[in-house]
Design a protein around this ligand. Structure first.
Ligand SMILES: C[S@@+](CC[C@H](N)C(=O)[O-])C[C@H]1O[C@@H](n2cnc3c(N)ncnc32)[C@H](O)[C@@H]1O
Length: 328
């Protein structure tokens, strides 16, 4: 039986979307979830730290109260006069073009469908992880912001911003110039949602630009702070990335980092991390479980490195973590 061209196109599109969902999106998201749920027990974090539930808000949906305040915030944001928005950022840092040879080497072609699945997976699949990390991350961001000069308009760059789960930590600050750099363009919508939910708009300027950590699109010594969380595991070249972060920081500028690493205390876990890394790289956008990021940071030439090795409880291969603040 002959099908009309319209029906043929319709049938092809339907089959194609079913096939990509079944064979790409679902397995990909399952990969992220499997890694996260490895040896995970039900978290008791919210019981031990009751403030987490109150303060932590990175869930995919909004409840009624949040929706209401969201609507109010968005309505208020219509007025951007100096009275309503006294802290609006004004001296925006310039986005520059990195050397073409670096882009060719590090900004590699990407698969849009995989990027979309990974962005969706990161924005919804990391809630429990972020909840456990919350008390420590909160302390780090507090320290970072306390070190900035509140009379200045501070430029803060999030390298590998992803879906911007860190947005809620920026809440107490006003008038920041926030620049997110990420090679996965499909993260932008989720990042903007996180920013809006955290109430960062319109008091803070948020720009999200395509780029890679190995060739940051920023001038030398142009940033007051750089933030990088769960990204040095995925980049092509961690040492070059850290050198770039130091290059764009002003002298005395701060670098807040939070990275999962190879276990330093459990040889059996470390061995598994090494063995599983090739599979993880394929399933989770280049994520390595076996990186010694602490060593890279120590060799990074910072004036001061305040680094801690910690272990989360509920995230298996992602438990061993280095975090802290370095000073350029
Ligand atoms: C595991 S996600 C973490 C995202 C976010 N920082 C967080 O804490 O959830 C890793 C992010 O690094 C980005 N990424 C991968 N390679 C990169 C590179 N070379 N430079 C900058 N970002 C990169 C990915 O697109 C992704 O958004």
């Amino acid at each position: 039986m002959m099908m009309s061209p319209k029906i043929r196109v319709f049938t092809f599109l339907t089959l194609w979307s079913v096939a990509t969902t079944a064979f790409v999106v679902v397995p990909f998201q399952r990969g992220i979830r499997d890694t996260l749920t490895q040896s995970r027990q039900d978290s008791d974090v919210s019981q031990s730290t009751p403030s987490v539930d109150e303060e932590y808000d990175n869930r995919p949906g909004l409840n009624r109260r949040q929706m209401f305040s969201d609507v109010l915030l968005r309505t208020a944001s219509i007025c951007s006069c100096v009275v309503c928005s006294p802290h609006s950022a004004y001296g925006l840092a310039q986005i520059t073009a990195p050397p073409a040879k670096d882009l060719k080497q590090y900004d590699l072609p990407r698969n849009q469908l995989v990027d979309a699945a990974f962005a969706q997976g990161m924005s919804t699949g990391m809630v429990d992880y972020e909840r456990e990390a919350f008390p420590i991350k909160k302390g780090l961001f507090k320290k970072l912001f306390a070190s900035l000069d509140s009379r200045e308009e501070n430029v803060v760059v999030e390298v590998g911003m992803g879906s911007f789960p860190n947005a809620l930590y920026y809440k107490p600050m006003n008038g920041l110039d926030i620049i997110g750099v990420d090679p996965n363009d499909r993260m932008e919508g989720y990042a903007k949602d996180s920013a809006a939910r955290a109430g960062l708009v319109p008091k803070d300027n948020l720009r999200i630009v395509h780029g890679v950590s190995e060739a940051l699109p920023l001038a030398d010594a142009s940033c007051d702070a750089v933030v990088c969380t769960l990204t040095l595991c995925s980049v092509v070249d961690p040492a070059k990335s850290v050198a770039e972060i130091r290059r764009v920081l002003k002298p005395g500028g701060k670098f807040l980092f939070w990275e999962h690493v190879l276990s330093q205390t459990d040889p059996a876990l470390a061995q598994q991390q090494v063995q599983l890394t090739p599979q993880q790289v394929k399933r989770a956008d280049g994520c390595h479980l076996d990186r010694r990021t602490g060593d890279v940071l120590r060799a990074g030439g910072f004036k001061n490195l305040d680094m801690e090795y910690i272990e989360l409880k509920n995230f298996g291969f992602l438990n061993p973590t280095v975090c802290g603040i370095a000073t350029a």
